[in-house]
Design a protein around this ligand. Sequence first.
Ligand SMILES: *Cc1c(COP(=O)(O)O)cnc(C)c1O
Length: 394
Amino acid sequence: MRENKSYFGKFGGQFIPETAMFAVEELEKAANEILNTKEFTDEFEYLLKEYVGRPTPLYHAKNLSSHYGHEIYLKREDLNHTGAHKINNALGQTLLAKKMGKKKVIAETGAGQHGVATATAAALLGLECDVYMGEVDAKRQELNKFRMKLLGANVVEITDGLKTLKEATTAAIQAWVNEIESVFYVIGSVVGPHPYPKIIKHFQSIIGKETKSQLNEKNIKADYIIACVGGGSNALGIFSEFIDDESVNLIGVEAGGLGIDTKYHAATISKGRPGILHGMKTIVLQDDYGRILPVHSISAGLDYPGIGPEHAHLSEIKRVLYKAVTDDDAINALKLLTLKEGIIPAIESSHALAYLEKLCPTLDKKSTIVVNVSGRGDKDMDTVMNYKKGTIYG
Ligand SMILES: *Cc1c(COP(=O)(O)O)cnc(C)c1O
C-alpha cells in the first residue's frame, strides 16, 4: 500500500516508472530536510523581497468596484519580476536544486512562461538549464524562446504528437529519468507525482500569506476569492491560507474555450473524469478509451488537460467551486480591467476577472471580492490584437 501522505483524498500519488522512484524519494527527503530550515527560508525570503519585488500589493480597484457595485481587490502578481506568479515557484525549486548539489535544472514549458521563469532562476543561481518545449509552441512563442536562450538556457524542441505542452512534459520526464543523479526537474504547476504538488504549493502559498495579512492590515474580510486554474498553482497559492476558513468562498475559473459543450475547451474539472496523467491520479479530459483529449484555450497557460490533484480533491469535497468562462468572456474582461484601471492582465488572469461578470449580479449583499491577477498581459498583445481576425481560429 502507498502511504496516504502522498494523496489528497483519492487523488495524487506517484504514478511514475520505477526508474524515477529514486528521484522523487531523494526530492522528498531533501524537501523535508531543507525547506523549513532557517537558512533556506531566509535566503528564499530575501530573494522574494529584493529580486522578485514582493510583497505584491493588494490593490483596491475602485473603478472596477463601482462598475460592479462590490468591493473588488486585486492581488497584483503581475508586478513580480518576469511578470507572473511563476517566478515564486521557479526560484524556490531552483534554490532547492542548488542546495541539493544539482548542476542542472530542466523544465517543461507551454507558452514559455515557466521556461522563462526557470531560465531566470537558473541564471541568477548559476545552474545550467534545459527547457523542453513543443515545436509548435516554440514557433508560436518565438520571443519567449529567444528570451530563454538569452538567459543562457538550452531550448529542446519536441516534435512528438501535437508538439505542445503535453508532449514537452513527457519528454522532460524522460530526460529527468535519463540523468536522474545530476538533474533537478522543476515542475511549473501543482501537478506531477508526490511530493511536487506539495512543494509547489509551499512556494506559492506566499500569495495567500500576503493576502491574508494585507486584508488584516486594511481591516477587511474577503467574502470571495477568485483565481484562474490551469494546473492550479496561482489558485492554490492564494487559496491555501483560507481553505480552513469556511466563511470565505473560493472559486477556481477554468478555460471554457469556445464553450464547454464544444470540443474546444480546457475545462478539466467541469468536463473531466478521474484518470492518470504525468505521474498523478487526478481529473483529466479523456475519451472513452482513457486517451487524453486535445485541449483548447486562448490562454496558453490554461491549456492543459489535467489539474493538480489537490484541486480534484477540493472539488470533490466541495470546498472550492470550479467554473468555466469562454475565450470571449476572458477577452472582454481583459479590456474592461484595462479601461477601468489601466492594468493589462494576462489572458489567464482575465478568466478569473471574467467570473465577476457572472458572480456579481447574483450577490444579494455588498461583498468583498479578491481576484488574483496571476500575470501581466504584455505577452498576450499579439493574441489580443489578432483576436477573431482569423489568425487564431483558422
Ligand atoms: C501559467 C500561468 C497560469 C496557469 O498556471 P496555474 O498553475 O494554474 O497558476 C495562470 N496565469 C498566468 C499568468 C500564467 O503564466
